[in-house]
Design a binder for this molecule. Structure first.
Ligand code: ADP
Ligand code: MG
Length: 606
C-alpha cells in the first residue's frame, strides 16, 4: 500500500486509493486538511496540526509553521519574518532554535508526515510504509532530497517525488487529453503562488515553464483584511491601534476572524464579523461584503498576472494555445480569483476538483499507478478493430490497422473514380472484412470538389483518434483546400463479443474475401483498360499486323467473359495477358504522340 501526500506550506493531506477511488483521510477531528504546523512544548509531546495552530499565539517561539520554505535551504536564502528563531551560519543548512534544542526543517516536516502516516494507519487499520510526496516544480535537488529525508525520518519510504502541478493535472484527468496538449496550473495557496505550463508527452507531463512568487498568497489577503478591520475598530489613533495589535493574542484573534470571513465570502455576498477584542469589553459587529474583500484582494491578486505572462512567454505559447487552465490551492476558491484567471487566460478555468485537494488526489493516483492498483488505461489502449473508408469497387481501405496504440493519427490520399464527379462520399468503416458492406459503418459524409477528369481530384483523408478513443475524420480537397471534419462515436468502445465475432467472421470468410478483393481490383483495372485499348486501336491499329490485332481482340474478349462470370483468378490472368499483348500498341501510341509533337514544333518554326 502506497499513500499519496501533499506536503504543503500551509496545509498537508494524505490519501489512499482503493477499488477505483481516491479517499483523502480525515484526522481525529474529521478534517482532511492538516495545518503544516508543529508545536514543541518545553515538556511533553510534540503537537502537530490543528492543536499546534492553537499554540501559535500562546507560544509563538515554540511553534513552527511554513517549514517548507526552509527545507533543503541554506541560511541567508530565506530572510522572511517568522515568530520563531531561524538560526545558523550563512551558507549552512537552516536550523530553528526551540528552547535549547536545534531543529531542522526536515525534522519539522517529518513531524507533519508522521502525523499523516498515523492518521492513515488508524483509518486503514494497517501499517503504511511507502508514500508518493509532492513538491513544487521549481524545487532543486537539495530540496527534493531533504523532502525524501523528512519522509525517512517519519518512517516512510518516499517511492516517488512528484511535482505538484503534475499531481494536480493528474487529479483533473488531464492525462486523458490528446498528446502534446498544453495546460496551465494556477496554484494560489496560503503563502505561495505558482504558475506552471505543462505539456503532455506520451502520457507523461513535462514542465515547459514555471514561475511564481514565494511571498504571495491567501496570507496577504488575510493581512489586508486584518488591517482594514483594525481601522474600523473605533480605535482611531493609529499608534494606539498598533500598540494593541502588537499583542500576539489580539492579532491572532483578529486574524482568525478575518480568515473566517474570507472563507465565508467565497460563498456568501456578505457576512457579519464580530470583533469583541479591540475596544475593551465592548463587542462590535461589522458587515463585510464580498465587494469590499475583493477591493482589498485585487492589488494582491494582480501581482500574479505578470508571473503568468512570463511563464507563457518562457513556454513560447499564447494563452489561446492552452487546452486547459486548472485551479489549485485554497485561495482559488475565491470568485474574484476565478474571474481574474478567466480574464488573464481568456477562458473559463476548470474547477471540477476541490482546489486544495487536487494535489493530494493526484499524488494518490500516482501512488496507485506505482502500486499496480490503477492500470494506466489510457496508455495501453489500442484499436480493437481496423478503421478505414470505402474505396472504388466497394472495398475496405484500412487507414488505422487493428491493435494500433492510441492516440494515433494517419492519413491517405484518394482520387475520383469518375470524370466530372462533384463530391466524394466518405464512408467510415470499422472491421476486418475486405468488402466495405461486411464491415460496420461508423458514419458517412460527403466532401464536395470541383468537377475534374477522372483521377485528377485529390482528397486527403485523415483519421485521428484521441486518448479517449474518439475518432475524428478529416477530409480535404487538396485542390481547393476546402475541408470537413466529422466526429465519430468512439472507435474503441466495442464489446469484446462483437470484436470476437468480427474476427471469427473475417477468418471464416478469408478465402472468399480475398477473392472478392482480387476480383474487384482486377475488374477496376480491366474497366480502365478496355476503353483505352479500343481508343488506341482506332488511332494506331492500322500499323499493327493482323495477327497482333487478333491476339488483342481475343484477350479483350477473355477479359469481358471473366468479368461477367465473376471469376477472380481468371480475370486477373486475362487482364495480365491483355496488358502483355498491348505493349506494342502502347509503344506505337507513344511514337505517334512524338510525331505529332515534332510536326507541331515544325509548324511553329515556320
Ligand atoms: P498551501 O498549498 O499553501 O499549503 P492551501 O492550498 O491549503 O495551501 O491554501 C491555503 C489558503 O487557502 C489559505 O490562505 C486559506 O485561507 C485559503 N482558503 C481556503 N479555503 C478558502 C475559501 N473557501 N475561500 C478563500 N480562501 C480559502
Ligand atoms: Mg499547495
Amino acid at each position: 500500500m502506497i499513500v499519496g501526500i501533499d506536503l504543503g506550506t500551509t496545509n498537508s493531506l494524505v490519501g489512499v486509493y482503493d477499488s477505483g477511488f481516491v479517499t483523502l483521510i480525515a484526522d481525529e477531528a474529521g478534517e482532511r486538511l492538516t495545518p503544516s504546523v508543529v508545536h514543541y512544548p518545553a515538556e511533553g509531546e510534540v503537537l502537530v496540526g490543528r492543536t499546534a495552530v492553537r499554540m501559535r499565539t500562546l507560544a509563538p517561539k515554540r511553534t513552527v509553521y511554513s517549514a517548507k520554505r526552509f527545507i533543503g535551504g541554506r541560511v541567508g536564502e530565506e530572510e522572511g519574518r517568522f515568530d520563531y528563531p531561524v538560526v545558523g551560519q550563512p551558507g549552512n543548512p537552516v536550523r530553528f532554535r526551540i528552547g535549547d534544542v536545534m531543529v531542522s526543517p526536515e525534522e519539522v516536516s517529518a513531524q507533519v508526515l508522521r502525523k499523516l502516516k498515523m492518521d492513515a494507519e488508524r483509518a486503514l487499520g494497517r501499517p503504511v510504509e511507502k508514500a508518493v510526496v509532492t513538491v513544487p516544480a521549481y524545487f532543486n535537488d537539495a530540496q527534493r532530497n531533504a523532502t525524501k529525508k523528512a519522509g525517512e525520518l517519519a518512517g516512510l519510504e518516499v517511492v516517488r517525488i512528484l511535482n505538484e502541478p503534475t499531481a494536480a493535472a493528474l487529479a483533473y484527468g488531464l492525462d486523458r487529453l490528446q498528446d502534446r496538449a498544453r495546460v496551465a496550473v494556477y496554484d494560489l495557496g496560503g503563502g505561495t503562488f505558482d504558475i506552471s505550463i505543462l505539456e503532455l508527452n506520451q502520457g507523461v507531463f513535462q514542465v515547459l515553464a514555471t514561475n511564481g512568487d514565494t511571498r504571495l498568497g491567501g496570507d496577504d489577503i488575510d493581512a489586508a483584511l486584518v488591517e482594514y478591520l483594525a481601522e474600523q475598530s473605533g480605535v482611531t489613533a493609529r499608534e494606539e491601534r498598533e500598540r494593541r495589535l502588537a499583542d500576539p493574542s489580539v492579532r491572532a484573534r483578529l486574524r482568525e476572524a478575518a480568515v473566517d470571513a474570507k472563507h465565508r465570502l467565497s460563498e456568501a455576498e456578505q457576512v457579519d464579523v464580530s470583533l469583541p477584542f479591540l475596544e475593551g469589553s465592548q463587542s462590535q459587529v461589522f458587515v463585510i461584503t464580498r465587494e469590499l474583500l475583493e477591493k482589498l484582494a485585487r492589488p494582491i491578486l494582480e501581482r500574479t498576472r505578470i508571473r503568468c505572462a512570463r511563464a507563457l512567454a518562457d513556454a513560447g505559447l499564447r494563452a489561446d494555445e492552452l487546452q486547459e487552465v486548472v485551479l489549485v490551492g485554497g485561495s482559488t476558491r475565491m470568485p474574484v480569483v476565478r474571474a481574474l484567471v478567466a480574464e488573464m487566460f481568456g477562458r473559463t478555468p476548470n474547477t471540477t476538483q476541490n482546489p486544495d485537494e487536487a494535489v493530494a488526489n493526484g499524488a494518490t493516483l500516482q501512488a496507485a499507478i506505482l502500486d499496480g492498483a490503477l492500470r494506466e488505461v489510457v496508455l495501453l489502449d489500442v484499436t480493437p478493430l481496423s478503421l478505414g473508408i470505402e474505396t472504388f469497387g466497394g472495398l475496405m481501405n484500412v487507414i488505422v490497422p487493428r491493435n494500433t496504440t492510441i492516440p494515433f493519427k494517419a492519413g491517405e490520399m484518394f482520387t475520383n473514380a469518375v470524370a466530372g464527379q462533384r463530391s466524394m462520399l466518405i464512408r467510415v468503416l470499422q472491421g476486418e472484412r475486405e468488402k466495405a458492406d461486411d464491415n460496420w459503418e461508423l458514419g458517412r459524409f460527403e466532401i464536395p470538389f470541383e468537377p475534374l477528369p477522372k483521377g485528377q481530384a485529390r482528397v486527403g483523408v485523415q483519421f485521428e483518434i484521441d486518448a479517449n478513443g474518439i475518432l475524428k475524420v478529416l477530409a480535404r480537397d487538396m485542390n481547393t483546400g476546402s475541408e470537413k471534419v466529422v466526429e465519430m462515436a468512439s472507435a474503441v468502445d466495442v464489446s469484446d463479443e462483437a470484436v470476437e465475432k468480427m474476427l471469427e467472421d473475417s477468418l471464416e470468410h478469408a478465402f472468399e474475401d480475398m477473392n472478392a478483393r482480387i476480383y474487384t481490383e482486377a475488374r477496376l483495372k480491366a474497366e480502365e483498360m478496355l476503353p483505352s485499348v479500343e481508343k488506341a486501336l482506332a488511332l494506331v491499329g492500322d500499323r499493327l499486323s493482323a495477327e497482333n490485332i487478333h491476339a488483342i481482340r481475343s484477350a479483350m474478349e477473355d477479359v469481358r467473359v471473366a468479368m461477367h462470370s465473376n471469376a477472380a483468378q481468371q480475370l486477373k490472368k486475362a487482364a495480365a495477358i491483355l496488358d502483355d499483348c498491348t505493349q506494342v500498341l502502347a509503344t506505337l501510341l507513344v511514337e505517334s504522340a512524338m510525331d505529332a509533337v515534332s510536326q507541331n514544333a515544325g509548324g511553329v518554326g515556320q
